[in-house]
Design a protein around this ligand. Sequence first.
Ligand code: SAH
Length: 215
Amino acid sequence: MEQDFAQVRRLMVEHQIRARGISNERVLAAMREVPRHLFVPGDLGSAAYGDHPLPIGEGQTISQPYIVAVMTDLLAPGPADRVLEIGAGSGYQAAVLGRIVREVWSVERIPAVAVQAEKNLDAAGATNVRVVVGDGTLGLPDHAPYDGIIVTAAAPSVPQPLFDQLADGGRLVAPIGSRNLQDLVCYVRRGADFARRIRGGVTFVPLIGAYGWEE
Ligand code: SAH
């Protein structure tokens, strides 16, 4: 069974990701390795590798594989990096990052979702990912600064605490826009300057918190 899934993952990476222009070998390798089926509810198993997001309970979703790849690529992660994720959800994005970087901190607002994310990460053998329950719009100041910050819920604007907790040279990726439609935005920090790039329309569940949307 595991072997079948490994083959399905290779096809997912070739057809959904590399074929659409993602060539970052770190990203492609990580997505070939992480057992995505362990991050979706049990009854959805083989649907895990389809070209779409899936429900994970509590009204939340695991992102489409291609979107995970695009965001990970924009984050330009390297082996020595420490990364902060806002919105652990299933834990899948954090597990992909965990294959590439030194350490991942992932904040999740809904306690039951965080518990499930931890279980999924354990089952997948991700040992360098930590899930923390809280309002990620405040960042995670105790472990700042971060070389990369990835927001996987839709924000009206980038929460100021996240800019503050980004290391010099660090990258921040987030879907920014309305509750229904956002652009993926990538910032690179150089001292007090934040250079911005924008990449295409996406739809994420809302980021809810002090610097996000109201519930
Ligand atoms: N990265 C996830 C998908 C995220 S879905 C994955 O790979 O599966 C978005 C998640 O963000 C949801 O679980 C939601 O509860 C969470 N969320 C929303 N607002 C948040 C906030 N202020 N802080 C932390 N998590 C938040």
